[in-house]
Design a protein around this ligand. Structure first.
Ligand code: MN
Length: 251
């Protein structure tokens, strides 16, 4: 099996290395990852600027790898379009930090998986609920292995990328895996204002997630209780029931 591994935290991120290590147990691994952190880039692509690919030996001779100057979505496009990598499976992550609920819209980790789905590649994004660059990915690696085994035994259609979030707990305290839907909620942003050495204001965006969804079938519910959340995603944002909302429109 050929496996393409991407991420949004950059080619040097420890979460990417953790994912590569597990992926190698399942097949031939190639890596195309951003050359710098690209978290929060969503599904951005680079238009009107040059894209560069730098071969990298960071994962050793057995794992061909490239650092890409673009976004996570660019990485997938260049992997298939320029490097002609035709993976049987695309894995993105392991992200340093959560990607539940509406985070899907902001996440570079998931944009790589969604881009894979656009290209007909079975794709899974993994995130660990620990933002630290020094996070411990030991338990997460065991969960990734378990999810890949489940996936290979009973795959989802290639246009259904999976969003897997892993609680930041020792493996013995993780209660199990749950298929979930995105919790309804929003980020409540706050902006810390500071002054730079030239006297100009600048801002740090800090926010917290506010749930508007008490139900027990959501990603947030599962994660808060120590379960791994596996959310199958749509790549179609059409709100189908509303296609008939304006009855005055006739053909
Ligand atoms: Mn990230």
């Amino acid at each position: 099996m050929r496996i393409l591994v991407c991420n949004d935290d950059g080619i040097a991120a420890r979460g990417l290395r953790a994912l590569v290590e597990v992926a190698q147990e399942f097949g031939e691994v190639s890596v195309v990852a951003p050359d710098r952190p690209q978290s929060g880039m969503g599904h951005a692509i680079s238009i009107g600027v040059p894209l560069r690919l730098y071969p990298s030996s960071i994962f050793g001779a057995d794992v061909p790898a490239w650092a890409c100057s673009g976004t996570p979505a660019d990485c997938v496009k260049l992997a298939t379009g320029v490097l002609k990598i035709r993976p049987d499976l695309l894995l993105s992550g392991i992200n340093h930090g959560a990607n539940f609920s509406i985070s899907v819209f902001y996440s570079g980790t998931l944009s790589a998986a969604i881009e894979g789905a656009f290209e007909g590649i079975p794709s899974i994004g993994f995130s660990l609920l620990d933002y630290s660059m020094e996070a411990d990915f030991g338990a997460a690696q065991a969960i990734v292995r378990e999810v890949i085994l489940l996936y290979l035994a009973d795959p989802f259609p290639s246009d259904v990328p999976l969003n897997v979030n892993i609680p930041n707990l020792p493996l013995s305290e993780i209660k199990g895996l749950r298929l979930t839907r995105q919790a309804r909620g929003r980020f409540v942003e706050q902006f810390e204002q500071r002054i730079d050495p030239y006297g100009q204001s600048y801002y740090w965006m800090v926010g917290r997630f506010e749930s508007q969804d008490p139900d027990s079938d959501t990603d947030l519910w599962a994660l808060e209780r120590g379960y791994v959340s596996i959310c199958p995603l749509l790549t179609d944002l059409t709100n189908h029931p509303y296609l008939h909302h304006w009855k005055v429109i006739h053909r």
